[in-house]
Design a protein around this ligand. Sequence first.
Ligand SMILES: NC(=O)c1ccc[n+]([C@@H]2O[C@H](COP(=O)([O-])OP(=O)(O)OC[C@H]3O[C@@H](n4cnc5c(N)ncnc54)[C@H](O)[C@@H]3O)[C@@H](O)[C@H]2O)c1
Length: 356
Amino acid sequence: MDKIKVGIIGFGRMGEMYLDQMMGSGRWDVIYICDTFPAARKAASEKYPGVKVVGDEDVIFNDPEIQAVGLFALADSRKSQIEKAMASGKHILAEKPIAVTSEDEEALAALAETSGVMSAVNLYLRNSWYHRLMKDFIASGEIGELAIIRICHMTPGLAPGEGHEYEGPAFHDCGMHYVDIARWYAESEYSTWHAQGVRMWDWKDPWWLQVHGTFSSGVVFDITQGFVYGQMSRDQTHNSYIDIIGTKGIVRMTHDFKTAVVEMRGVTRTETVERPFGGKNIDVLCNLFADSVESGVRDMRMPEFRDAAIASRFAWRFLDDAMGNALPSIGDNATLEAIRERRRNMKDGYGLLPRR
Ligand SMILES: NC(=O)c1ccc[n+]([C@@H]2O[C@H](COP(=O)([O-])OP(=O)(O)OC[C@H]3O[C@@H](n4cnc5c(N)ncnc54)[C@H](O)[C@@H]3O)[C@@H](O)[C@H]2O)c1
């Protein structure tokens, strides 16, 4: 089987993860890396000397040899890149969100359904072993009827103003993953909600948000997400879990970013499974995508643009709801400055972007 000829756009934190995976897998022939930032191009040329490094994305879209593109820059450039890829018949592996506004995301989702090119988006939780295992356990009937989905993800991660501004506040940038995975479990659409946020450190947007509500099936949910979890604590930690409750049993998961632990308490089975966390599961997505491109048949486990558009729309809606519900401001800008300064000097921290 010939390797798939691919051009990568965006050599930041995510771009580098994809490149390392693709180069190591033997399934991809990475022909181009494109980044608009000279220091990123320099870093890419040094790390991957055999790859053409360019600053103009059109070189990739105009090259008929290129079969697929990886769109790993920021949200503001994704829409036009997706449109160019579709116009030039190139398959698309995209980061989330697929555009800046919900209107554009929905338009792209509709285009993807008729374009004839293969497309997938990195809603990475869907590709994790632990969510797949838990979903199978629920489907087996062990917890009875699915009733309650509770998700929490709080880390001392990306601080306001540090990057990703087109991706929105923490609850959109990161929270849309949890909005998506709750919907994936519920297999139903969001129906009602109430959200509470807090503006930490006098930042304009909430950086912590909790929303609860219902799906149209009646399943209830609560999602808590924030990059506010002890940013200045001497030894940082995080709190991340999912807790799923049925009419008869429960299944839950927690992780420390190294190991994930799934605990299943069903009517006939009690089981604890502990395995390596798996990071962003880029290997799983890249392999599903390569299988789909090679066979010409889309692997339905790959998250679709439509899924990303829906998760993004509801993350924005929950943020909008929080805006109207008191939205207290706690803390000051001096603390935020200290957090940014600390993160600038950290070598090993939560969600650090490359410093080039
Ligand atoms: N799925 C996930 O779990 C996950 C996690 C983190 C980030 N992301 C998404 O991935 C994307 C990239 O995030 P990141 O953390 O790598 O950010 P980053 O800031 O580290 O990297 C972005 C890179 O894109 C480059 N760039 C910006 N505009 C460009 C353009 N028009 N053309 C070419 N290059 C351009 C920048 O110079 C930078 O090198 C974001 O949209 C983010 O939402 C997804």
